[in-house]
Design a protein around this ligand. Sequence first.
Ligand SMILES: *Cc1c(COP(=O)(O)O)cnc(C)c1O
Length: 236
Amino acid sequence: MTMIGDDLQQVNNRIAKACVTAGRDPAAVRLLAVSKTFGPEAVREAHAAGQRAFGENYVQEGLDKIAALADLRASLAWHCIGPLQSNKTRPVAEHFDWVHSIDRLKIAERLSAQRPAHLPPLNVCLQVNVDGGANKSGVPPEEAVALAQAVAALPQLRLRGLMAIPEPAADFETQRELFLRAHAVFEAIRGAGIAGAELDTLSLGMSADLEAAISAGSTMVRVGTAIFGGRARKAG
Ligand SMILES: *Cc1c(COP(=O)(O)O)cnc(C)c1O
């Protein structure tokens, strides 16, 4: 097996093991392979090993990769997971399948207006700021339900859930505690009875902390380093 295929299998094993430990069904947690900074050939290799969902942080880099892998388009799902500025929404609405980083209504309104009518609605998650870092993106937890209601009402978006990126913590319990805050916000949104939403996605956990995330209810882990190796340039 190729190295990427091998690493993918190890990550899938970690996910399965974490699910067993948490008493959860391994099928309830999906793997998003974060391919930022790696070229299209790395994605092609992961695809050949069975991986179908890929996450990108930088819009232009993602668009270049989507174009380079046009032959695989029908069997790939592209997720935009980086901070999104309003002048970059159009190509995202036109070419991606998911956006995880909705933190204000204006971005959501633009994505909905710019989503081409011939495509299915764009799947979106709200990014919630669970540890209150002032310079971090994400909607404050107390504003999340109102934002979810407004986003779910937009015609060309399908609200799927939440994403959070808490600060890395030194130990499992502290990390789990931060993830549980995101889970609590997710439950509050699910409990709000929002029409038109399909709230099945809690996007939590990365290479270093996916076990803590799964123990706190994650349904989608976003993993880069453990699949593709270390990144030379700084991740946004
Ligand atoms: C880079 C990145 C990841 C993956 O991080 P790793 O530590 O390499 O697994 C996940 N989510 C987001 C939003 C990222 O920017």
